[in-house]
Design a protein around this ligand. Structure first.
Ligand SMILES: Cc1ncc(COP(=O)(O)O)c(C=O)c1O
Length: 464
């Protein structure tokens, strides 16, 4: 890769100097740096946090001495807070802004559409935009995979798309059982929790959730695949209608399963009449370096769930399934069995159409793969006894931190997020123990921005 950093002095000073010089491929380059002009969080963010505490359920926003900052605007991979500080975003705001924050074409689509029609009657008198979104989703999934037409159920957030998929599987098979994987994250609605593998989110509500699930280990090695085969053999498939899985686990810690995993699931579901659901809410739309992460293995689901980057910044999600399965839903007699007020919202649809047209360009996947390879190589060059593994696909990368005794180092990753914020980088940590530093920036983050981030991670890890 040939990057040399040529940084001088303490990296802590870097956030107050304005640019970073580095060389790559024989070229001398200069990168604009974050601009931190107040303590972090700044006075305005602190004041807003106190006010929020008063009026929002205190379960929602985490407030601490070093957290949060209040976002005011964002552009590309940059975010400005209420105090005027400027940060590099390593999160794409939960994976939504793959094409960049406030991407001009998406913004124009939103502005234009909201001037014409902000809301219609999704399942009664809809818009042409809804037709266009459903058509594009079919073309980009099942038609592209040579599996005929894909039919869509639109929704607002990711968990709703998951719930639509689980309902679809039940309607299509009449079998209530759901198989899912440990540390799989499918959202937090009651229905989504039927197939959610994070115990901490499910167990407080166990008493209200039907016990229809089987939880399997998400495989990491070839041996795990053999164990999985044994576990699948023992399942009473006559009671299972759905198997839901992330082709790459996102919030579970950016875990890439061994090759052959998705094929194994496909085989088993085919043999037992189980609907295979891929949750690509995180990994979809080029995040993994393919349009959909399942394309790495060329294994395709019966139903796919998408959200997040579908619009790049508006709450819209979708469950898309093979026509034969989706057609098991009854034809609406005038009252849909599953719908919602904002389903097919025209502003969301206008943004989704623009986003989908961009994502359909194969150059995006190539760019993400190349950028991801660069970032992965830079992260793998960091030498630290705390790093257990650097893994991921495309721009979906995790750095797992563990102590010498093998215990997860969430106690290092957590404070590091606050430290990185002070250095002008917005980051999150994943995994059930919060010990996986997550790198999911907007796709067109620059090399210089990545150099800055990686150098700061390296320097901070050296302190622990
Ligand atoms: C794979 C996956 N599925 C589902 C969801 C839930 O989406 P939402 O938060 O929009 O309900 C998420 C959110 O992070 C996710 O990563």
């Amino acid at each position: 890769m040939g990057i040399s950093y040529g940084l001088e002095g303490s990296l802590e000073l870097m956030a107050v100097v304005s640019s970073l010089k580095f060389s790559s491929g024989g070229l001398e380059l200069e990168q604009m740096l974050p601009e931190i002009i107040t303590e972090i969080p700044g006075p305005k963010s602190r004041e807003l946090a106190l006010e929020l505490r008063k009026y929002e359920s205190h379960n929602v926003t985490y407030v601490a001495e070093d957290w949060p900052i209040f976002w005011e605007r964002a552009e590309g991979s940059w975010v400005w807070d209420a105090d005027g500080n400027r940060y590099i975003d390593m999160t794409s705001a939960f994976g939504v802004a793959g094409l960049g924050h406030t991407q001009p074409d998406l913004r124009n689509a939103m502005v234009e559409q909201s001037g014409k029609l902000m809301h219609a009657m999704g399942d009664v008198h809809p818009t042409q935009l809804k037709v266009e979104v459903c058509k594009r989703l079919s073309q980009m999934t099942f038609e592209r995979w040579g599996l005929g037409t894909g039919k869509t159920l639109l929704a607002n957030s990711g968990f709703e798309a998951v719930e639509s998929a689980l309902k679809t599987a039940y309607i299509a098979t009449g079998k209530p059982g759901v198989i899912h994987f440990q540390n799989g994250y499918h959202g937090l609605g009651y229905g989504a929790l039927l197939g959610g593998g994070f115990d901490k989110f499910r167990s407080p509500f166990d008493a209200q959730l039907a016990d229809v699930r089987t939880v399997l280990q998400y495989p990491r090695t070839e041996t795990d695949l053999e164990d999985l085969e044994d576990q699948l053999d023992m399942i009473k498939a006559s009671e299972v209608g759905a198997l839901i899985v992330e082709p790459v686990q996102g919030r579970g810690g950016k875990v890439v399963p061994p090759a052959g995993f998705l094929k194994q699931l496909r085989r088993w579901c085919d043999a037992h009449g189980v609907v295979l659901i891929f949750d690509e809410i995180y990994s979809g739309f080029n995040r993994s370096g393919r349009l959909f992460a399942c394309e790495w293995e060329e294994v395709y689901p019966d139903v796919i769930c998408v959200g997040k980057a579908l619009s790049g910044g508006y709450p819209i999600s979708a469950c898309v399934g093979r026509a034969e399965i989706m057609d098991k839903w009854p034809v609406s007699p005038g009252e849909a069995l599953h719908t919602s007020t904002f389903l097919g919202n025209p502003v969301g649809c206008a943004m989704a159409i623009t986003a989908l047209d961009k994502h359909a360009d194969p150059a995006v996947a190539r760019d993400v793969e190349r950028q991801g390879d660069e970032l992965m190589a830079m992260l793998r060059e960091i030498e630290s006894p705390l790093i257990k593994e650097v893994r991921g696909r495309g721009m979906m990368i995790g750095v797992e931190l563990c102590h010498a005794d093998g215990s997860p180092a969430g106690d290092v990753a957590g404070p590091m997020l606050g430290e990185m914020l002070k250095r002008g980088v917005v980051m999150l940590a994943d995994g059930p123990d919060g010990n996986v530093l997550a790198f999911t920036p907007p796709f067109y983050v620059t090399l210089g921005e990545l150099v800055y981030v990686v150098e700061n991670v390296r320097e901070l890890l050296g302190k622990y």
